[in-house]
Write a new protein. Structure first.
Length: 273
């Protein structure tokens, strides 16, 4: 399905996540002439992409009309200084879509005209391969059509889920936003454990990486729950069961992850305040 919006699209910040969004939108067939990028220091790969598609990019792009959607993809620390500059650009039907971590709907709305439609979303690093898990929430001013526009923009980088309770985003950030790092750590630890068991370091790394990739793909394609898949591959008194008795024992993986998620959620809440 070709991606179409009611008006221009302004992307503020075109770093890793902003660049991933841009690539996704172009894959979805959006008209490049409707995209404007505001970023004083475009990464070389985004410069090349913008030039190839003749997308206007500068520190103050000249929009043809008030934007339908303003996507904020800058680092959280830059949001406060940025918001007042966006106020003159907002039209009657504009919606502000922010993917800046830790910036609440109230914080985002503070420097914008009263009644501005604002959406807050939390994607993750898998956006770079079109496989992000993004969770979004909206303020009361967001219309059904604006929510649909934001959904289409976010679906260009993966799956999208909407929630009504913004307070859940701290925990969701801890699970989904930071989650890929936990999986990378698992692959790292698998490789190191294999090396400790006598496998050559290069081979251990290759085997661990392929194992995590394959298990993830199986999980994606299967209708079974993670628990059902685990039980299905665990033979009684077999090698997998021997390992799981350690991993699922006292102070095992579940306890570690529960504490890790709590720590990440607490930090997200601190950043939000």
């Amino acid at each position: 399905m070709t991606l179409r919006l009611a008006g221009p699209l302004l992307l503020v910040g075109a770093g890793k996540m902003g660049g991933a969004l841009l690539e996704g939108w172009l894959r979805q067939g959006i008209d490049p002439g409707t995209i404007f990028i505001r970023d004083p220091a475009l990464p070389p790969e985004v410069q090349t992409l913008a030039a190839r598609h003749q997308i206007a990019a500068s520190d103050a792009p000249d929009l043809s009309a008030p934007p339908s959607v303003i996507v904020i993809a800058v680092k959280p620390g830059l949001v406060g200084a940025l918001m007042p500059d966006l106020e003159p650009l907002i039209g009657e039907g504009s919606v502000v879509l922010s993917i800046a971590a830790g910036r609440t709907l109230a914080t985002l709305s503070h420097s914008l005209p009263s009644g501005t439609a604002v959406v807050r979303a939390m994607p993750n690093v898998a956006a770079s391969v079109g496989r992000s898990m993004t969770v979004a929430c909206a303020n009361a001013a967001v219309t059904r059509d604006q929510a649909l526009e934001c959904t289409m923009l976010l679906e260009a980088i993966g799956e999208v889920v909407w929630i009504d309770d913004e307070s859940l985003l701290d925990a969701i950030t801890a699970v989904s936003g930071s989650g890929p790092a936990y999986v990378f750590l698992l692959a790292e630890c698998l490789a190191e454990a294999g090396r400790a068991a006598g496998i050559d370091a290069e081979l251990a790394g290759k085997v661990a990486r392929a194992t995590v990739e394959g298990a993830g793909e199986l999980l994606r394609q299967s209708d079974l729950s993670p628990r059902e898949l685990r039980e299905k591959v665990t033979s009684p008194q077999g090698t997998t069961e021997a390992a799981l008795q350690i991993l699922m024992g006292e102070d095992g993986v579940q306890d570690l992850l529960t504490r890790a998620i709590a720590a990440a959620a607490k930090r997200s809440s601190e950043l939000s305040s």
